[in-house]
Design a protein around this ligand. Sequence first.
Ligand code: CP
Length: 332
Amino acid sequence: MHYAALHSPSQIQLNRFGDLKHFISIEGLSQRQLNQILDTAETFLGDHGQILNEPRLDGRTVMNLFFEPSTRTRTTFELAAKRLSANVLNIDMQQSSTKKGETLRDTLWNLEAMAADVFVIRHSSSGAAHFMAQNVCPNVAIINGGDGRHSHPTQGMLDMLTIRRHAGRPFSELTVAIIGDIKHSRVARSDIQALQTLGAKEIRVIAPKTLLPKGIEEFGVQVYEDMDKGVVGCDVLIALRIQNERIGSALLSSPEEFYKLYGLTEARVKRAAPNALVMHPGPMNRGVEIASSVADGEQSLILKQVNYGIAVRMAVLSMAMQGQIAEREARA
Ligand code: CP
């Protein structure tokens, strides 16, 4: 199933004042808008990095519709909504009537009739969140929890919050490497868009040809097929998961061979800048894209990323709801 986009995500996700009313994609958002998400997320973090309660969605209902498996995204959206005092429903899409042939549009309209204010959707089809935003009734916000290979905007923003809090320098002074399965990764696309908009000094992608999307050079990145060269001097190293469920043909010789050529090992981290940040969106394949000693090492921010995900998701939930309210008041 593919959901064709009739409007660009950047048009559909903003209200008449240019503020978020959905969050479908980072593409098309300005530096000011991305910084606004990061700054709002910061307000939900206490002095020691703890997540604060803020009842901005009191009385609202957030429904999580996850058609694909998830640990981090689904759970942190639930925690975020609860920290904002919303009612949260996790709909088990494997047990839903979509399994009996009900369309996504009909599912959406039926759940709307139950007075949902926000839908968070994860779907294997690129464009699914955009399709929902086109078909949802006014006043209901759609947040993309990852659609196919297209976009994972809240992961992109939590990655940017992690970098901004830990790099100790502005984006304009940072060289960031994104390593591994770029071709099938919605995280890679969202990270590249965010890093470009925030003005990163250099963005590198490191991968074998078979795991690079066609036309990758047009993304404004430096491409390295040799990982030992690609990591040299990098300030941030983002390892990606091999997307086995999206790899149709034999694009990998073997996990062992991939690890030998592209695994983020201690030796390769040493070739990057001193104290380079090590990141991974999860779930990790230890011993395939990253060594356990690196994933659990002193430079790793992998679990911090998960924690910041709650604050970023609180930010986009509250901002989208606010954008919907402002739009409704302007229409009235
Ligand atoms: N990073 C991420 O999207 O993880 P989950 O698939 O567990 O949500």
